[in-house]
Design a protein around this ligand. Structure first.
Ligand code: TXA
Ligand code: MG
Length: 312
């Protein structure tokens, strides 16, 4: 299959309306989209990524009006989060409307909904005139793509189109918030922080997977965000020289590394992480030392991704 590279939202939206797959930029990471109401188009996403069928997709909307086609009743609580954080880097898990094909939600009775706060993404989604199911646009198991070049590296020849935009400004995936229970539960940390969510609903809590329980978010079970290199969390200065290793963090290390990325801020660290992982893989780096950060603001999401990447 030939993958069209384009900067035209009109051309990209036309492909969605014809049942094709389009990778598009958002402020978190690039997504790989298809018309959520077209079951066969949604199946193409799973095939292109090699994604397990039990991992549900997030459905993206270009306007708040589209939310009604995906879920029945939007609770008072959910409405408050929508008013405050849509458009933005927040996904709300709500009861699924019958119209949404089970393949998109991996058979769950709930659906994840997000309205990106990104100009090109919104323009594209509005032109699609249908909600767009879209996971991150990487091969399953690889780091999420923050540039269109990273999408190209993983999916060229496997998808119909890449809508080319700039580097994703946040660089980590959205906060996923389950609003189907009595209290809102954070299933995945992201740029919208627990503190911000608690300003709206003070009871909001972080979901902790209990042993032997079926996870609420199937994606949490799968290995994620991993470069081929081994990821090592570095709390202290790395002083010994390690062979064929790389470093990313805020303080310049004293040891010698083949590749070093020193970031000016937590935001820059978050934005650079997945791209750095990919760069290390291209260079055949064996180990990546990542400086740990305090779990405040974007730091909580950053530490979440670092820990997952460091798991074997
Ligand atoms: O920032 C993002 O969220 C990006 C952009 C493209 O929007 N998307 C993204 O999608 O990261 P993906 O598929 O890589 O991650 C979606 C996560 C998975 O962990 C999945 O299990 C969870 O959201 N999820 C989706 N629908 C769900 C549902 N109905 N219930 C629980 N978890 C759900
Ligand atoms: Mg993903």
């Amino acid at each position: 299959m030939k993958t069209l590279l384009t900067r035209s939202t009109v051309a990209a939206a036309r492909i969605i309306r014809r049942g094709g797959t389009v990778a598009f930029p958002t402020e978190t990471v690039y997504g790989l989209g298809a018309d959520v109401f077209d079951r066969r188009a949604v199946e193409k996403i799973f095939r292109a990524k090699g994604r397990p069928a039990d991992n549900p997709l997030i459905v993206h909307v270009g306007s708040r009006e589209q939310i009604g086609s995906l879920t029945g009743e939007v609770s008072e609580t959910a409405q408050k989060f929508i008013r405050r954080f849509f458009p933005g880097p927040l996904t709300l898990v709500l009861p699924r409307a019958d119209r949404v094909p089970p393949v998109a939600t991996a058979g769950l009775e709930t659906v994840g909904i997000r309205m990106p706060g990104h100009r090109l993404a919104l323009e594209f989604l509005q032109k699609c005139r249908t909600p767009v199911a879209a996971p991150s646009a990487n091969l399953s198991g690889r780091p999420s793509p923050t540039t269109w070049e990273a999408v190209f590296e993983d999916l060229d020849g496997r998808i119909d189109c890449i809508l080319q935009g700039e580097i994703a400004e946040i660089g980590l995936e959205s906060t996923v918030l389950d609003c189907t229970g009595e209290i809102p539960l954070v299933l995945r940390a992201g740029a919208v922080t627990l503190e911000q969510l608690r300003e709206i609903v003070p009871e909001t809590a972080v979901y902790l997977l209990k042993k032997d329980e079926r996870p609420k978010s199937p994606g949490l079970r799968h290995r994620h965000y991993s470069p081929r290199a081994r990821v090592i969390l570095a709390g202290d200065q790395v002083t010994e020289t390690v062979e064929n290793a790389a470093f990313i963090g805020l303080r310049r290390p004293t040891a010698d590394f083949r590749l070093v990325r020193v970031c000016d801020s937590f935001d820059e660290y978050a934005r650079s992480l997945f791209d750095f992982f990919r760069r290390c893989d291209r260079r055949g780096i064996a180990a990546i030392y990542c400086e740990t950060v305090p779990e405040e603001g974007i730091g909580a999401a950053l530490m979440d991704r670092l820990r997952r990447a460091a798991e074997d």
